[in-house]
Every structure is written in structure tokens, then in C-alpha cells.
Design a protein around this ligand. Structure first.
Ligand SMILES: NC(=O)c1ccc[n+]([C@@H]2O[C@H](COP(=O)([O-])OP(=O)(O)OC[C@H]3O[C@@H](n4cnc5c(N)ncnc54)[C@H](OP(=O)(O)O)[C@@H]3O)[C@@H](O)[C@H]2O)c1
Length: 395
């Protein structure tokens, strides 16, 4: 039985804490720490009520490496699960190195002042983690995360060669607000307003934001207009799927969402640089975040489903093959089980399963690793059993 330290008490952090509490045979001791301790306490109270387990809570500023390393030393966990924000990735990796503990996250590092989605900052830690004999597992959410594992499973078990991959992400749910984001608003808006990018025949191709769309038929949901955007898992997958000729990422957005976003962009509310306001500097996107609904608060009245997966084409035994590997998740079922909506759930469950792979030694390698570099089978077995059943459909 292992002790896990979860950092970040938002929508995703709540799901990770619930799911670890629901696996007492693996996680004997759970600590949830965040910047605002009252949010950890509220999650702890839900866990006691729903699953009859007591978890410990703590306050930590994860930007402060010395403070986090001191907390890790005091608690002596087997693993730190980072489900705070991408800005905390590097300080938390530093704190893990300092205190000598393994690390897992769900989103790649972004510098606060530039909307850049690149692994280079975290890849620069490879040698330090290797030398320390510690493991850092990057991107153990759904996308990145499960989508990387679906690609690894296809590479190792379904195909001789993979030619194209389309990662497709649909949230067909309804939360009843005219405009809200399903995970941290600042991170979400930075992602969807960035220029689109995909990889074809060895090079990256850039496009204007939301300038390419297609209708994709999502299992469990039906046909939905989807937009080509850049997503971080493309950067590692092009390195780890041999023979790949093209990889793209598609996400659905409703017309209402896009209209609000366009207006907010046009008036400058999505800017990430500080502006002068009444004698002080404010960052418009941070102010906007303060006005928008907290993603965790959307959960109670959310209805509908998410459908996320990978459409993969290639060759098997000399014949063309095309498969769709996917999961469908129901917002209201997530609320009933762990008081979350499906976007938090589909991220938090794979984080808890990744944590289980690491603490049990099923996945154990010194260095900095991506999900598709690990054995997909034990992860996928536990994923299905933990609430995210997955399916392979021949197309
Ligand atoms: N891979 C995927 O599929 C996927 C999908 C969705 C989200 N994500 C990632 O999951 C992570 C969590 O998302 P979320 O929707 O749960 O976000 P959220 O609701 O905004 O929660 C973030 C939490 O982190 C805490 N935090 C922020 N800065 C901190 C600091 N310096 N020290 C300690 N705690 C700090 C916040 O504390 P306060 O309560 O004090 O603000 C909050 O509790 C993000 O990195 C997001 O990008 C990944």
C-alpha cells in the first residue's frame, strides 16, 4: 500500500483524490494539497461521505520549490501527482528531484507570459531524473494521456505499420451557461486561440486558428463539426510511432462558444500580457477567469456525453486497416460517482491509473517518459475497470 501526494484541488484534482480513495488496495494513504486548503477540505468531506475514507489535506504554494520539497520530505509519499496548472510543472519537477520522489502530470509546461505548448522545457529534465533514479511521467490525462496509450496499443497490437492518426475530441454535453470552459479557463482559452498545427510527411504545417473544420461521426454522440487545433501529444507521438505520415487533432466547439470567444478576442479579453488598469497592471485573461464559472461548479447540472478517441489507418498483414479506438463518458454518471463532470473525470481517472502503474512498479523507469513509451496493456486493463471502458471499432 502506497502514499500519494496529489497537488491541485480543482475539477481534475477532485477526481484523482476520489479515484485513489476508491482503490484502497493500492493507495493506503492519500494527501491532497493545494494553494487554497478549503477546497481540499471540501473534497475530503465528499470522499468521506461517498466512499467512507479519510484523506489528509494540506496547503502548499507549488510555485515555491523549497516549500513543496519540505512538504514532500515531511510526508514521504511514493509519488507526487501534479494536477495544479501547467505553470507549476517545472517547480514541481524541481521539488521532486530535491526531495527524491517520482512525478506525474497531465499537461505540458507553459510559460505564463507566452502561449507555447512544447515539451522542450520538461525534456530538459531527462538527465537529472535518470541520474537520480526517479521517474517523471508526462501527460497522464485523456488527451494527452489515454490517446497516447491508444496509439501505443494500435502500434504494438493492431497494426504492422501506422500511416495516419486523427485524434478526435467531442464534448456533446450541456452545462446550461451561455459561455464556460470545461477545465481551467485560462489554460483552455490559451489552447484554443493559438494557431492550429499538424504534422505531415516529416514537417509541421501551421494554419490560422479554427480555419479547418470537418464533420466527424463520434460514437455514442453522432456527427459533429470539429476543428483542427494543435495539441501537445502530437509532439511526442511523431517521435514514437514509426512510419507515421500524418497526425492531426480535432475538437468540437458549439457555435455559441465560438461566437463568445470571437467577441472576447476582438475586445482584448483573452490577452495574456499585462495592461494598465486604474493605476495597476492586470492580465485580461486572468480577470476573465475570475468572472467565468469555476469548471468544477458545472458538474451538478451537466448532461450529455463526451466521446474521445483515435482514428488510425495503416496496414496489417499486407491489408489496409482503419480502426476507431474510443471512450464515451456520461457527465451525469460522473457526478453521481465522484461529483465531477466528464471532462474532469476523463482526465482524473487516467491520472489515478497512471499513478497506480507507477507506485506498483508496473511502469518504472528512471527518466522523463511519455505514455506511449510504456506497455499499454496493463494501463488499458485498469482504465476500463476504473470507469473508462474503451472500444475498438473496425471501420
Ligand atoms: N490531459 C488532459 O486530458 C487534460 C484535460 C483537462 C485538464 N488538464 C489539466 O489538468 C490540470 C487541472 O485542471 P483543472 O480543470 O482541475 O483546473 P482548476 O479547476 O483551475 O484547478 C487547478 C487547481 O490548482 C491549484 N493551483 C493553482 N496554482 C497553484 C499553486 N501555485 N500551488 C498550488 N496549487 C495551485 C488551484 O488552486 P486555487 O483553488 O487556489 O485556485 C486549483 O485548485 C491543468 O493542468 C489542466 O491543463 C488536462
Amino acid at each position: 500500500m502506497h502514499k500519494v501526494l496529489i497537488i491541485g484541488a480543482g475539477g481534475v484534482g477532485g477526481v484523482v483524490a476520489h479515484k485513489c480513495a476508491m482503490a484502497p488496495q493500492v493507495f493506503g494513504d492519500i494527501v491532497l494539497a493545494s494553494r487554497t486548503q478549503s477546497r481540499c477540505d471540501a473534497i475530503a468531506a465528499q470522499i468521506a461521505e461517498l466512499h467512507g475514507r479519510t484523506i489528509t489535506t494540506a496547503r502548499v504554494d507549488a510555485d515555491d520549490v523549497a516549500q513543496t520539497a519540505a512538504l514532500i520530505r515531511k510526508l514521504q509519499p511514493s509519488l507526487v501527482v501534479n494536477v495544479a496548472l501547467p505553470y507549476q510543472d517545472l517547480p514541481l519537477m524541481d521539488a521532486c528531484l530535491d526531495a527524491g520522489v517520482d512525478y506525474l502530470d497531465t499537461a505540458n509546461y507553459e510559460p505564463p507570459d507566452v502561449a507555447k505548448f512544447e515539451y522542450k522545457w520538461q525534456w530538459a529534465y531527462r538527465e537529472r531524473f535518470e541520474k537520480a533514479g526517479l521517474m517523471a511521467l508526462l501527460g497522464s490525462g485523456f488527451d494527452p494521456g489515454v490517446t497516447n496509450v491508444f496509439c501505443a496499443y494500435a502500434r504494438d497490437h493492431l497494426f504492422d505499420t501506422i500511416e495516419t492518426i486523427d485524434i478526435v475530441d467531442c464534448n456533446a454535453g450541456s452545462h446550461g451557461h451561455p459561455f464556460a470552459t470545461n477545465f481551467n479557463p485560462e489554460i483552455n482559452i490559451r489552447e484554443v486561440t493559438a494557431r492550429g498545427k499538424y504534422w505531415e510527411k516529416g514537417e509541421w504545417k501551421e494554419i490560422d486558428p479554427m480555419s479547418i473544420s470537418e464533420v466527424i461521426d463520434y460514437p455514442g454522440v453522432g456527427p459533429k463539426k470539429s476543428y483542427l487545433i494543435y495539441h501537445e501529444e502530437l509532439e511526442s507521438l511523431v517521435q514514437h510511432i514509426p512510419g507515421l505520415q500524418r497526425i492531426r487533432f480535432w475538437m468540437t466547439f458549439g457555435d455559441e462558444y465560438l461566437t463568445h470567444l470571437r467577441v472576447l478576442q476582438n475586445v482584448g479579453m483573452t490577452r495574456i500580457d499585462p495592461v494598465e488598469f486604474q493605476g495597476q497592471k492586470i492580465v485580461p485573461i486572468q480577470f476573465l477567469k475570475a468572472l467565468l464559472p469555476d469548471p468544477a461548479s458545472l458538474a451538478q447540472n451537466y448532461t450529455g456525453k463526451t466521446s474521445i478517441g483515435c482514428i488510425i489507418e495503416g496496414k496489417k498483414d499486407g491489408k489496409a486497416r482503419k480502426v476507431f479506438i474510443y471512450n464515451v463518458c456520461d457527465h451525469h454518471e460522473c457526478w453521481k460517482e465522484v461529483r465531477a463532470q466528464a471532462v474532469s473525470y476523463t482526465t482524473g481517472v487516467p491520472a489515478a491509473v497512471g499513478a497506480e502503474m507507477m507506485v506498483t512498479g508496473t511502469w518504472k523507469r528512471a527518466g522523463v517518459w511519455h505514455m506511449e513509451q510504456m506497455d499499454s496493456v496493463p494501463f488499458l486493463e485498469r482504465l476500463g475497470a476504473s470507469g473508462l471502458p474503451w472500444h475498438v471499432q473496425e471501420m
